[in-house]
Design a protein. Structure first.
Length: 429
RNA sequence: GUGGCCAUAGCUCAGGUGGUUAGAGCGCCAGGUUGUGGUCCUGGAGGUCGGGGGUUCGAGUCCCCUUGGCCACCCCA
């Protein structure tokens, strides 16, 4: 049977696809908030000497394994796959590891201060404020162990939240000490937990031997009761680590950054040393209320094959920050609008040419399409947010003018000679 | 991964105990006003009732499976 283009033959409707589980599209006008947020972040950290880093979205899986074999992120949330060349790769679950890999690969001069805005992927069951693809604003600063850098990073992030209008943000700070302090503390903690193991929640008992620190951030009531009596890491810091932590606290106080010390704050990634911190929203009633967190990771560079280099950084989830802004009623979507809208009743030449002329001159302009009625075009002009409509009908075409209509003020409309339109608008926008 | 709730138009939602062509508001399109938006009036388009199977004379409604969403646990941004 020959092919037919008979219009009466209804083709089967194609299957409509949906975004994969745990992912989401960000469309206008909501996307305008994202643009503004990222731009504000770029400006804020750019002014402090941080430059943009663009990383690959996936890495060899070993890069991320350095986050710690005991972490959920590595054990069960990795989006890993084999490519056609049998390379074992994984989508980036967080920013730090791949930035550090890039640092080791390129050895930039120190200190190296960078920021990024990038998606992260974790194979988790989606929930409030939790997605399989989420987006992080992040910063990493490598090459100095100066505790004042910890202060700068924390303060800059706190200032950033404040600049968005957020007020109900709580900052928790802790110190994990040096890698040696951390190891010694893990032994002390393990011994303590082994002694009380029957009092722990069953799910937490198996963590004691291999990952005792994971027990500290359990939310189970039985475990929390035990943990309340557990030795605290801040009491087991070496002299150097204690001095570092003291300097950080003094710096935050000197700069008026409110914080509390949270000895149970261990964070989910094993590479942290010295300062760790977490910003939580008090306005978010969802279970996921951490909007940003990070810490020092002296030792991670070596683990990824580089020279001993200290570093500190944080990640802050864009979705959660915006959720928090919603909860506090701040940082609404800015109104996206153009200044000028071209209405054409003479077949399209005027719209095509005027729009191009003005756009090439840097004026923000939109126009109507499909030769629609004047009414429809005016409606589109109104929707565009434009302050001025340029109307070209037969009368204007004959007279060589454009009707310039004020859509927002009360100045009405009047004809302007066609080659004076640009100057006319520039004087008014 | 475990559990709970949910899925009807582009959006927000109605649709007792199963019963003729599935509704509203908003949005969109058109007309009223043959060259004027934002207000108003009138009309219209738009739905595989998430998907598949089953029960029934008959399913948006009941049952099973499945996919997805939301929420909690777990964990984290």
């Amino acid at each position: 049977m020959p092919a037919t283009d008979d219009a009466t033959v209804e083709p089967a409707r194609a299957q409509a696809f949906k975004a994969p589980i745990g992912t989401h599209d960000v469309l206008p006008p909501e996307s305008a908030r994202w643009e503004t947020l990222v731009a504000a972040f770029a400006t804020h950290f750019g002014r402090a000497g941080y430059g943009l880093v663009q990383q690959p979205m996936f890495e060899e899986i070993g890069v991320f394994r350095r986050m710690g074999e005991g972490t959920d992120v590595v054990r069960k949330e990795m989006y890993d796959f084999l490519d056609k060349g049998d390379r074992h790769l994984a989508l980036r679950p967080e920013g730090t590891a791949s930035v550090v890999r890039a640092f080791v690969e390129h050895r930039p001069t120190l200190p190296w201060k960078v920021w990024y805005a990038a998606p992260s992927f974790r194979y988790e069951k989606p929930q409030a404020g939790r997605y399989r693809q989420h987006h992080q604003l992040g910063v990493e600063a490598l090459g100095t162990a100066d505790p004042d850098l910890d202060v700068e990073v924390i303060r800059l992030l706190g200032d950033f939240y404040a600049s968005l209008g957020l007020r109900r943000v709580d900052l928790a700070v802790n110190s994990m000490g040096t890698p040696e302090d951390r190891r010694a503390y893990v032994d002390t903690l393990r011994s303590f937990l082994v002694g009380r193991i029957r009092d722990l929640a069953p799910e937490d008992q198996e963590k004691v031997e291999a990952f005792p620190m994971r027990v500290l951030d359990s939310k189970r009531a039985a475990t929390r009761a035990v943990v309340a009596d557990a030795p605290s890491i801040v009491e087991h810091l070496s002299a150097g680590a204690a001095a570092h932590f003291d300097r950080v606290q003094a710096g935050l106080r000197a700069l008026g950054v409110a914080f509390r010390i949270e000895p149970r704050l261990v964070r989910g990634l094993d590479y942290y040393t010295h300062t760790t911190f977490e910003f939580q929203s008090e306005a978010l009633d969802a279970a996921q209320n951490t909007i940003g967190g990070g810490g020092r990771y002296d030792g991670l560079v070596e683990q990824l094959g580089g020279p001993p280099t200290p570093g500190i950084g944080f990640g802050s989830g864009i979705e959660r920050v915006l959720l928090t802004c919603d909860a506090e009623g701040v940082f609404g979507a800015p109104q996206r609008r153009v200044d000028v809208f071209v209405v054409d009743l003479v077949g399209g030449d005027a719209a095509r040419d005027l729009t191009a002329l003005l756009q090439r001159s840097g004026v923000s302009v939109d126009r109507a399409w499909d030769g629609r009625s004047l009414k429809a075009q005016m409606k589109a002009a109104d929707r565009s947010g434009a302050a001025w409509a340029l109307i070209v009908g037969e009368d204007e075409q004959v007279a060589g003018v454009v009707t310039v209509r004020d859509l927002r003020g009360g100045t009405g409309q009047h004809p302007v000679a066609r080659d004076e339109v640009l100057a006319h608008l520039r004087a008014r926008i």
